[in-house]
Design a protein around this ligand. Structure first.
Ligand SMILES: Nc1ncnc2c1ncn2[C@@H]1O[C@H](COP(=O)(O)OP(=O)(O)OP(=O)(O)O)[C@@H](O)[C@H]1O
Ligand SMILES: [Mg+2]
Length: 325
């Protein structure tokens, strides 16, 4: 079967004006503008099969959004090739647009002043969605995303979480085969993050749609992606199983504890490496294999008021990966 996405040597340079310092510099650069190129994506070759759900990770400025914009046809690359669902994305063929959706957590496609339902109707017209399909998709999305009463309220009156779910519905009404999600849970509270995650998983499973998702939130990635692609300064650093990445580069978890009376760092040393300990709160790094033993020992021997076990932040893993490479 043909892959959902295949790129070879995909590269993107951004040209931006060089600002010279000072007033005269400012005037000079207006008259005689000089530019410098920033290589945002550098020789990226990847292949994603139909139905895969892949995490696309990297620190700020690594080139994730730029890559997704090229794959969705919003940007034309400086060099290299790509095929998405058999189309060259930046030719923006109507047949391609109908099979694709790009959702950016920080940007809205909904009309602010109108109820989301009106934008849905507009999208129906734009994508030429038959009435029966529209109703079927809408019913499913309203159900999965728990949208009900929110659709008839002007978007500006929705909470961020409600808006994000309406955003996803708007992006999926035409039943895209390829979904590019750029930080779909950014700014959402944990309950909403979970809802969005569950939805993404269900959409992938029900429709066999291919999904590529960026997130700085490790919980998203762990819950959703078996495979991850890590990008750093525009280049692919890692492409493979998440398990292997996490085992190799995040061999520990974080225990965050709050005590009901103060505890000192030296008390805790036997349980893990103490990252922070001040008064009634402490943070420990504990090897994966010891997490339950350490948590049990804490609860047994100390006045624990609250205890959380967390994965290492993705940015930390990526940083480690980078320092190893
Ligand atoms: N329109 C633009 N003009 C010039 N430079 C840009 C433009 N957009 C992005 N860049 C630069 O390209 C690089 C990659 O940016 P990109 O937005 O793809 O990163 P990202 O991985 O999505 O980061 P983040 O996690 O912060 O969203 C950065 O150095 C950024 O400053
Ligand atoms: Mg980005």
């Amino acid at each position: 079967m043909a892959p959902a996405i295949e790129t070879k040597g995909l590269t993107k340079d951004y040209r931006s004006p060089v600002k010279e310092p000072g007033l005269w510099g400012g005037i000079r650069s207006l008259v005689n503008r000089r530019y410098k190129d920033i290589r945002a994506v550098n020789d990226v070759s990847l292949r994603i099969e139909e139905g895969e759900l892949v995490g696309f990770l990297g620190a700020n400025g690594a080139g994730k959004t730029t890559t997704l914009k090229m794959l969705s046809g919003l940007l034309t690359p400086t060099a290299g090739e790509a095929l998405a669902l058999g189309h060259v994305p930046w030719r923006r063929e109507a047949a391609f647009q109908k099979k694709l959706s790009l959702v950016m957590g920080q940007r809205s496609q909904l009309w602010w002043e109108l109820p989301a339902y009106e934008t849905f109707r507009l999208n129906q017209a734009i994508y030429g969605i038959a009435e029966a399909d529209f109703k079927m998709h809408l019913d499913e999305l309203v159900d999965l995303l728990d949208l009900g009463e929110h659709l008839s309220v002007p978007v500006k009156k929705l909470s961020l979480g409600e808006r994000m779910r309406a955003e996803l519905a708007a992006a999926l009404l035409h039943g895209p085969r390829l979904l590019l999600l750029d930080e779909p849970t950014i700014g959402l509270d944990v309950v909403m993050q979970k809802k969005v995650r569950e939805f993404v998983k269900a959409y992938n499973q029900r429709h066999g749609a291919t999904i590529m998702l960026t997130s700085h939130n490790m919980t998203d990635v762990v819950a959703l992606c078996k495979r991850v692609i890590v990008i750093e300064r525009g280049r692919i650093l890692y492409d493979g199983a998440l398990d292997r990445l996490v085992e190799s580069y995040a061999d520990h978890k974080i225990l965050r504890v709050r005590f009901s009376t103060p505890v000192t760092a030296s008390d805790l040393r036997t349980l893990g490496s103490v990252v922070h300990c001040e008064g009634e709160s402490a943070t420990l790094e504990v090897p994966r294999a010891n997490v339950s033993a350490s948590a049990a020992a804490l609860l047994r021997s100390y006045p624990v008021a609250d205890l959380n076990v967390e994965e290492v932040a993705i940015d930390d893993i990526v940083r480690r990966l980078f320092s190893h490479s």
